[in-house]
Design a protein around this ligand. Structure first.
Ligand code: FAD
Ligand code: 2HG
Ligand code: ZN
Length: 484
């Protein structure tokens, strides 16, 4: 069965010639022009090993000026390109579809400045998220986003996908914390929007166009981001609920009773838990006395140890008494806390080990969120394992359907049902992963025709030849109509 459907190559794009290679070598030097098969194989294949391109060339610029020069050249030659960060994207957006030139800003990984008073960090787009987290830790700050892919994903990729992650409930989306960007447009123009101001209402705030545009409008080269101070008291609880209604009620209660210290509210169902216990090494069930239908991970972050702990304990006690919680444990030390996080963050990896996986990343009203999971289980019966987890606190469900291998008959039970269902609830078919290749032609389930038309017009304005990440984000009917 087909793993992913691929649109045919757009013949308007040029093929790479020897002259092109010589030009790139002149600009980037031998090291910046990658043609080794092994390296290209990695860069052509996505994290899920589901999407695979056939690019023969990866470019690794070291400066904004180099990015500008190579994009200007690609645009004049009509060579299609795919911007790539850590290649951890989950919608086939970060790898070529055909022979697009891969542009990786991994070598642009310098921290430019950090203001210890304001907490504003300015860095190059190729900085790996975990390295930024470590850097800030020494300065007494944290990144406003955290996600399971932190060891590989880059801040430029995070911005380009508008990544959400585990702490969005507390620190908001990147549309709030990113203060400025430097971006190179398709024709090589450098847009300096690298402000470091909290407030700046001078005209249209164009940086927002690039946050979440998945490399389709420009290449992000520098990022300015507001980081929160690191607070001294962090607590983590691993809890169990018997039904989904209790999970929802627990969320409303947590927002009221934990208020300002709540920093994560995640959920996983028993199928997700089973999968992690089965496929990941060294994982122990934190609540081994019995099986539960749902698990919740609650994190609090505050500045006063005794107050925060007391607050969390009182909340858990009252939730036990009212029957919302059936079991629970608070991590006693940092090792136990990271073992709890490992369970939640390890689900995508466990799913990969289980075989083929169909991923859906939905924004839905929390009260409806689990209905689609139940309906999906009914539709699929024993043909596949339906696994649900996600950022419940943000109304974001990660619905994953795991099967031994890819099978068109399973897919036809899932799609378009899942998209139609979400659309009917006025939900979003991409809460945080983006549209990429997987959902470019599905955008209409979440956006009106007029909105998509305007997106198409903006794409045409900024990238008239359509060289930036073709076949992704926008429907092919729109993104290819302007290519000459
Ligand atoms: P890539 O995967 O390389 O690229 C992603 C997209 O951005 C592509 O379209 C690419 O063309 C574009 N892009 C990359 N860099 C640039 C740039 N400099 N300029 C312009 N465009 C660029 N996502 C969440 O939102 N929340 C999560 O909790 C979360 N958890 C994850 C956990 C795991 C284990 C994995 C594998 C993924 C997870 N993701 C999550 C997916 C998420 O989108 C990515 O992890 C991350 O934000 C992408 O960064 P990256 O550097 O790997 O980008
Ligand atoms: C997460 O929250 C990621 O763990 C991945 O966004 C979600 O694998 C998924 O579906
Ligand atoms: Zn997620």
């Amino acid at each position: 069965a087909s793993v992913a459907t691929v649109p045919s190559r757009n013949p308007s794009f040029a093929m790479i010639s020897c002259d092109d290679i010589s030009y790139f070598k002149k600009i980037l030097g031998e090291k910046g022009v990658v043609q080794e098969e092994l390296k290209l194989d990695d860069a052509n294949t996505d994290w899920m090993r589901k999407y695979k391109g056939s690019s023969k060339l990866m470019l690794q610029p070291r400066s904004t000026h180099e990015v500008s020069e190579i994009l200007n050249y690609c645009n004049s030659r009509c060579l299609a390109v795919v911007p790539q960060g850590g290649n951890t994207g989950l919608v086939g957006g970060s790898v070529p579809v055909h022979d697009e030139v891969i542009i990786s800003v991994s070598s642009m990984n310098n921290i430019i400045s950090f203001d210890k008073v304001s907490g504003i960090l300015v860095c190059e787009a190729g900085c790996i998220l975990e390295n930024l987290i470590t850097f800030l830790d020494n300065e007494g700050y944290i990144m406003p986003l955290d996600l399971g892919a932190k060891g590989s994903c880059q801040i430029g990729g995070n911005v380009s996908t508008n990544a959400g992650g585990l702490r969005l409930i507390r620190y908001g989306s990147l549309h709030g914390s990113v203060l400025g960007l430097e971006v190179v447009l398709a024709n090589g123009t450098v847009l300096d929007m690298l402000g470091t101001l909290r407030k700046d209402n001078t005209g249209y705030d164009l940086k927002h166009l690039f946050i979440g545009s998945e490399g389709s409008l420009g290449i992000v080269t520098k990022v300015s981001i507001l980081t929160p101070p690191k607070l001294s008291s962090v607590n983590l609880a691993f809890l169990a609920c018997e039904d989904y209604v209790s999970c929802q009620k627990l969320l409303s209660e947590a927002k009221r009773k934990l208020g300002e210290i709540l920093s994560a509210f995640e959920f996983l169902d028993v199928s997700a838990m089973d999968l992690v216990l089965k496929h990941l090494d060294g994982i122990r069930d934190p609540l081994p006395s019995s099986k539960h239908n749902f698990y919740i991970v609650i994190e609090t972050t505050g500045s006063m140890e005794s107050h925060d702990k007391e607050k969390l304990e009182a909340f858990l006690l009252s939730s036990m008494e009212s029957g919302l919680l059936t079991d629970g444990v608070i991590a006693q030390d940092i090792n136990q806390a990271s073992s709890f996080w490992r369970i939640r963050e390890g689900i995508p990896e466990a799913l990969m080990k289980a075989g083929a996986v169909y991923k859906y990343d939905l924004s839905l009203p929390p009260e409806k969120m689990y209905d689609v999971v139940d309906e999906m289980r009914e539709r699929l019966g024993t043909a596949a394992n339906v696994v649900a987890y996600g950022h419940l606190g943000d109304g974001n469900l990660h619905l994953n359907i795991s099967a031994r291998e890819y099978d068109d008959s399973i897919l036809s039970q899932i799609e378009p049902f899942v998209y139609e269902w979400t659309s009917k609830q006025r939900g979003s078919i991409s809460a945080e992963h983006g549209l990429g290749l997987m959902k470019a032609n599905k955008i209409h389930y979440s956006k009106s025709a007029e909105t998509v038309q305007l997106m198409g017009a903006m794409k045409k304005l900024l990238d008239p030849n359509g060289i930036l990440n073709p076949y992704k984000v926008l429907p092919t009917s729109i993104s290819q109509s302007g290519v000459n």
